[in-house]
Design a protein around this ligand. Sequence first.
Ligand code: WT7
Length: 646
Amino acid sequence: MTDQSQQPADQTFPPPEEFKRNANVTADEYDKAAADPLAFWAEKSRELLDWETDFSETLDWSDPPFAKWFVGGRLNVAYNCLDRHVEAGNGDRVAIHFEGEPGDSRTYTYAELTAEVCKAANMLTSLGVKSGDRVAIYMPMVPEATIAMLACARLGAAHSVVFGGFSSDALHSRIMDAEAEVVITADGGHRRGKPSSLKPAVDEALAKGDTPVKHVVVVERAGNDIEMTDGRDQYWRELMDQQSDAHTPEFFDSEHPLYILYTSGTTGKPKGILHTSGGYLTQVLYSMYASFDIKPEQDVFWCTADVGWVTGHSYVAYGPLAAGATQVIYEGTPDSPHRGRWWEIVEKYKVSIFYAAPTAIRACMKWGREHAQKFDLSSLRLLGSVGEPINPEAWLWYHEVIGGGRCPIVDTWWQTETGAHMIVPLPGAVDLKPGSAQRPLPGISAQVVDDAGHPCETDAAGFLTITEPWPAMLRGIYKDPERFKETYWSQVEGQYFAGDGARFDADGDIWFLGRIDDVMNVSGHRLSTAEIESALVSHPDVAESAVVGAADETSGQAVIAFVVLRGKATEDDDTAAALQNHVRREIGPIAKPKQVFIVEELPKTRSGKIMRRLLKDVAENRGIGNTTTLADASVMDVIASRVAEG
Ligand code: WT7
C-alpha cells in the first residue's frame, strides 16, 4: 500500500464530490436535529413510515427509564416492510436475491415476498399464534428466516430469534424465558460444504421437558436426516401449501412488542432485550437513508450478518425491506468454496452497499487481495463496518482493495440494546477518519464521562453514555425491569450507560476503546466471561474457572480460560480439549475457548475476588502485572510459566 498506512490515524477522507452532491442527508441535518430532537424524530417518523393512526405525542418519558415513543400511533411493521411497496407500484422490484452456499439461488420480488409472508401469517394463525404471543426462530440464513420474522410482526407476535450456532441448552433457556409456544426451524443449513444440522438441537432442547412448545415447523433446507415427532412437528412447505396468500394486517400500538433478542451481559444469564414497533422501525429506516444513503430504486444492499444477531434483525429483516430496497442474503461463509466467495457475490448481484464486520475484513486481508481482485467490484459505492472498532489498517485495506478508493466507509457503533445505528459518520456529510465512529446520528446525543459521571476532557478516556432517550432504544429486559434499571441507568443519573470505553478527540470525533465490563467481543459477537465460566464449572471435573478475552489479531478478542480442577480429577492430555468441547456443547461453537489452561490456583485478592486483569496480561503476553493486591503473589508466577509452556 501507499504511505497512507504509515500514519493511518492522522489521515481523513472527505466524501467524494459526486457522493456528496447526491447524498440523502447533508451536514445541515445535524444542526436541524439538534435544535429540536423530538420534532426531528416526529417529522422523520411521519415521513418514513405509514401510520394507520397518527401519534399524538412524540415521547412519553414520564416514567424513566421506561420510554414510550410515538404515543397513540398505530401501525403494522410488516405492512411497512412489504404491502406498501406493492401498493406503490413496486411489486416487481426484487426484495431478496438469495444465494445458497452450494450455489443455488432464488429471487423474491416485493409482490412475491408479501404473498409468502401472508401465507406464513396464515400458517401461524392456524397453529394458534396470536398477537402478544412469542415464537422462537432457530434457522440458517435462508429467506424463510426473514419470512418467519415478518409473519410474526404481521400478527403482532414477538419473535425470539436464536442464533443457529447456539447449542440446544442455549435454545432451551431462551424458549423457557420467552415462553415460546411455537419453534420455527430447519433440518439444517449448508456450512463449508457440509450440512450443519439444526432440528436435532431443537429435539434435544424440547426433550429437557416442561417447555411450553406445542408446534415445531421445519423448513427443509440441507436434506440431513431428521426425526419428526407426531403431533408436534410439521413441515413448513406442507403447511404453507395449504394457506391463502391473502392476509389483512391488523394495526398495533406503536409500543407493541416486536421482538426479544437475547444478548450477553456481565452475569451468566443472557438478557432478553425487548424492542417495540414504531420507534424501532423509525430509527432503523432513518439509518438506512442517513448512514447507508440508500436509494431503494437503484441500490443493491448486502448486510452479511446472520439474522441471529441484532445486525441481522435491523439490517437484513427490517431496514432494507422497510426502505423497499433490493438486498442480498447469503447462506454461507466468506471462504466457501473459495476465499473470494463474497466478492463473487458482489459481482454477480452488482451489490452497491456492503456491510460487514472488521473481523471478516481482517480475515480477507490475511488471505490476500488477489481473491478480491479476481472480481469486478465496480458496483460498490458505500461500505459499512460493525461489531467492534475497525483498526485503521483494516479500514485502509477495505477502502482501497474492496472500495477501489472511491467508496466512503461508515463505521457504525451501536448495540443490541440501541436497536439501530447511534454513532456513525454520515457518508455525505463528514470527512472520514479511519478507526473512529465519529459522530452521533442526527437526533442522538452522546457523552463521554468519568467515574463520577462528569464529562471528560478532550482525549481523556471515559465511558460512553447516551444522554437522551432515542426511538429504537430497548424498552427493557424481558420480564426483568429491575435488571434493566440497574444495568443501564444506575451509573449516571438520567443517562444510558453503554458499557463501552470511549474518548472524544480535538475535532469532537468519538473513538471507541472496547468494553469496560466483563463482556468480550469475539469476531464481533458478544460473549460474557461469566456465562462461559458457569459453563466450565458445570463440568464435573472443574472446581473453579476464570475467563478472559485476550487480544487476537483476527477475531479481535479470543476466549482464554483458566481452570482449577476438582481434587479428584486428574489432568491428562485430553482435559483441555474435553473442556473446550464442553463449552461448545453448553453454549455453542463461538463460545469455545481458544485455549484452556489448567492451573493450581486462580489469582485472587485478599477478599477473594478473581483478578482477571492479571490473567489477561499473561494471556496477552504482557508478563505479570502489578500483583500487590494478590493474597498470594506467587500464584501468578506459576500461571505465567504454565502459559509460556503453551
Ligand atoms: C458492542 C455491542 C451493533 C451490532 C453488532 C454488535 C461493540 C459494535 C462497534 C463499532 C466499536 C463496536 C461495542 C458494543 N461495537 N459496533 N462500530 N465500534 N465498537 O452488537 O452484540 O450488542 O455488541 O459491540 O462494544 O457495546 P452487540
